[in-house]
Design a protein around this ligand. Structure first.
Ligand SMILES: [Ca+2]
Length: 420
C-alpha cells in the first residue's frame, strides 16, 4: 500500500523467493535506535497485573471476516456501539457487527475516488463526539489524484450514509505523483485531528517536500475541525480552527496546518489511548523502515522534524550524502532494514481488557514480509521483538471501541490479534 503497483508486484515475487531462501536463516531484527522510551504507564499495568516480558509473549491472528476488496483500515466509531468499520481502497466502508457484515456499504464514494497505484479511500476518523453529533472525516484521492479531506455529518446509528449534499470539503492537497499519499486520520488526546500526508511520491523526495514548510506534503498536520473556524482575512473560507500552538500558526514561516515535518509516508500512526503517546510508522525508501515516537508526557511537542529526506531512519539520505546536522532532527525509536521487510505499517499500543498479557505493548508490522513485532517499555528501556510471521499483507492495524486490536490483510481479510 506504500509503493507503486509495479514495485509491489516485483516485491511480491522477491518476497516469495527470499522467503524460501531465508526461512532457515535469521533476518536482521529491528533495532532500538534511540534512548527515548515511551512513558511508563503504571496505572494501566497495575490494572492489567504484572506485564509479561516480550520473550514470554506469543500471539496469533484469528480471522474475523473476509471477502473485502482491498481493505486497508479498520476502526470502531468510539460510540460504544461495538461496530467495526472496514475501509476499502476502492471507496467503500462496511460495518461489521458481531461478525456479521452489513448487506450494503455504510458509505460508498467509489464514484469520487481514484484508485490507481496508492490512491484511494485511505482513512477515516470519527469525531470524539460522534455518538452525539454524527460527525466523521475521510481522506481520499479524487479523480484528479488530489488528496481531499472532507467532513460528513450523519445520524450516529445510521446503517447507510448518503453522501450527496452532506460532504463538506475541508482541505485539498495536490499530489505530484500517484504514490505516498499518506491518508491516516486520527484524533489526538488534545481533541485535534491529525492528518498524515506523504511526501508527494515518486522516489527520494525529488522536490524536497519533507523538509519544506511551504508545502503540506511530507507532514503530520493538525487542525481543530470541531470548533469554530479560525477567522482571519486570509482564512475567510476556512472550515476548521488552527490550534494556537501549531508551529506555524501565524502562517508566516510555513503552513499553519503543519504540526510535524520530515515524514516520507506516515501511512499509519496512532495515539496510545491511555498515555496519549504518538507512534508513527514512516515507510522507508530503499533500505530502512522506521517507527517514530513522540511522548505525551508534558504534552505532545509541536514542530518535531522526523528527518526525511535528509535521513532515511537514522542514515544519511541519499546514502552517499554527508550526515546532516541532526541536532534538530528526531530520530526513530526503532528501525529495520529490508532483510526484515519492505514497508512498515504502524500499529497500536494494546489497551484492551481481554488480552491482559498484551497490555502496554505496541504492535506494528510490515506490509511486504508480513512480520509483526511488539515493542514495550520495560523498566525505562524499550524492548522490541518479532512476535509473528503472519503470512498476510499487513496493510493496517486497528482498534475497536474496547481497545481490542485487529490486523487488516490487504488481500481481503480481517483478523483479531490475540495472545496465544
Ligand atoms: Ca525519519
Amino acid at each position: 500500500m506504500h509503493r507503486t503497483n509495479v514495485s509491489r508486484k516485483i516485491f511480491l515475487v522477491l518476497a516469495i523467493t527470499i522467503g524460501i531462501v531465508i526461512s532457515g536463516c535469521t533476518a536482521r531484527d529491528p533495532v532500538i535506535v534511540d534512548q527515548v522510551a515511551p512513558s511508563t504507564d503504571s496505572e494501566a499495568t497495575a490494572n492489567a497485573g504484572s506485564p509479561a516480558r516480550l520473550a514470554d509473549i506469543q500471539i496469533e491472528l484469528q480471522k474475523v471476516a473476509e471477502g473485502f476488496d482491498q481493505p486497508l483500515y479498520v476502526t470502531g466509531a468510539g460510540d460504544g456501539s461495538g461496530r467495526l468499520f472496514i475501509v476499502e481502497k476502492t471507496g467503500r466502508i462496511w460495518i461489521l457487527r458481531d461478525g456479521e457484515r452489513s448487506s450494503e456499504p455504510w458509505l460508498d464514494i467509489s464514484d469520487l475516488v481514484s484508485t490507481e497505484s496508492e490512491r484511494g479511500l485511505l482513512g477515516i476518523a470519527f469525531a470524539p463526539e460522534y455518538g452525539q453529533n454524527g460527525t466523521f472525516y475521510i481522506n481520499y484521492t479524487d479523480s484528479s489524484g488530489t488528496t481531499q479531506l472532507a467532513r460528513l455529518r450523519t445520524t450516529p446509528t445510521v446503517n447507510r450514509v448518503v453522501k450527496d449534499g452532506l460532504m463538506e470539503p475541508l482541505l485539498s492537497i495536490e499530489q505530484p505523483y500517484s504514490n505516498h499519499n499518506g491518508g491516516m486520520l486520527a484524533f489526538g488526546p488534545d481533541g485535534y485531528l491529525y492528518v498524515g500526508t506523504g511526501d508527494g511520491g515518486s522516489g527520494g523526495d525529488p522536490h524536497g517536500n519533507g523538509q519544506r514548510t511551504d508545502t503540506l506534503l511530507g507532514k503530520l498536520l493538525r487542525i481543530d475541525p470541531e470548533s469554530e473556524p479560525t477567522s482571519s482575512p486570509d482564512k475567510a473560507d476556512s472550515r476548521y480552527r488552527i490550534p494556537d500552538d501549531n508551529p506555524f500558526a501565524q502562517g508566516t514561516a510555513g503552513y499553519p496546518e503543519i504540526w510535524a515535518t520530515g515524514l516520507r509516508n506516515p501511512w499509519r500512526f496512532s495515539f496510545d489511548r491511555t498515555t496519549g503517546d504518538l507512534w508513527i510508522g514512516d515507510v522507508g525508501q530503499n533500505t530502512w523502515e522506521e517507527i517514530d515516537f513522540a511522548s505525551a508526557q508534558g504534552g505532545l511537542e509541536p514542530g518535531l522534524n522526523f528527518g526525511w529526506s535528509e535521513l532515511e531512519a537514522t542514515h544519511p539520505y541519499p546514502p552517499d550524502a554527508d550526515p546532516p546536522n541532526t541536532r534538530s532532527l528526531t530520530a526513530p525509536v526503532i528501525e529495520y532494514d529490508h532483510s526484515a521487510g519492505s514497508s512498515v505499517t504502524g500499529g497500536y499500543v494494546y489497551r484492551g481488557s481481554q488480552q491482559p498479557e498484551l497490555s502496554g505493548i505496541y504492535f506494528y508490522g510490515d506490509f511486504g514480509s508480513g512480520r509483526i513485532w511488539g515493542a514495550h517499555n520495560e523498566e525505562g528501556t524499550l524492548e522490541n521483538r518479532e512476535l509473528l510471521q503472519s503470512g498476510v499483507q499487513v496493510v493496517s492495524f486497528g482498534e475497536d471501541d474496547e481497545g481490542e486490536l485487529y490486523v487488516v490483510d490487504f488481500n481481503g481479510a480481517l483478523y483479531r490479534l490475540v495472545a496465544k
